[in-house]
Design a protein around this ligand. Structure first.
Ligand code: MN
Length: 179
């Protein structure tokens, strides 16, 4: 009888340990779930913040553009690279004036839809993912479509041959022809 009492006491202690262990497992599970949730939240916020790759920069205030456009310089040209790289964002309808680059230019379109036109040729639709190669001294313009913004990275090459040479604006009549 005494032996049985001792046995039941041991069972009671064993049961208590089991319950305690279950409690610990539940607590760990809840902690893991909570940590999982808090880890996901910054990722979601990060996705929103890194929606763009390069900053929009400052509003362009010179007279070489029509409409509202923004520029963030990424690389200023120097004698090692002879290349200047800028991130340009055009609001709908905004565009460069006619101009040419003595050393040529390459555009990497990163967002939106717009146009690239060489003088005397029809305008070409350009959109996100397009690469535009502009030969040296080719008179051209680039900018947004009437109903869409456009963002491109403009790489002006061989700048030791000179900077952009600007001509007159792309008139409303010329811009209307693309529609
Ligand atoms: Mn250009």
């Amino acid at each position: 009888m005494k032996f049985l009492t001792i046995k039941s006491e041991r069972e009671k202690i064993a049961n208590q340990r089991i319950m305690k262990n279950i409690g610990v497992i539940i607590a760990i599970s809840i902690t893991v779930l909570m940590v999982g949730c808090t880890c996901q939240q910054p990722e979601t916020a990060k996705d929103q913040v890194t929606d763009f790759v390069f900053p929009k920069g400052e509003k362009i205030t010179n007279n070489n553009f029509l409409g509202t456009a923004w520029l963030q310089m990424l690389v200023n040209s120097d004698s090692t690279y002879n290349t200047s790289i800028g991130n340009v964002t055009f609001e709908p309808g905004a565009r460069t004036n006619w101009h040419k680059h003595p050393g040529g230019q390459i555009l990497l379109v990163t967002d939106g839809t717009g146009y690239y036109q060489e003088k005397g040729k029809p305008a070409q639709l350009i959109q996100k993912g397009d690469v535009v190669r502009i030969p040296p001294d080719m008179v051209h313009w680039h900018g947004a479509a009437p109903n869409s913004g456009l963002t491109h990275i403009a790489m002006s090459l061989n700048t030791d041959k000179g900077g952009a040479v600007w001509s007159g604006p792309v008139t409303e009549e010329e811009y209307d022809l693309i529609k």
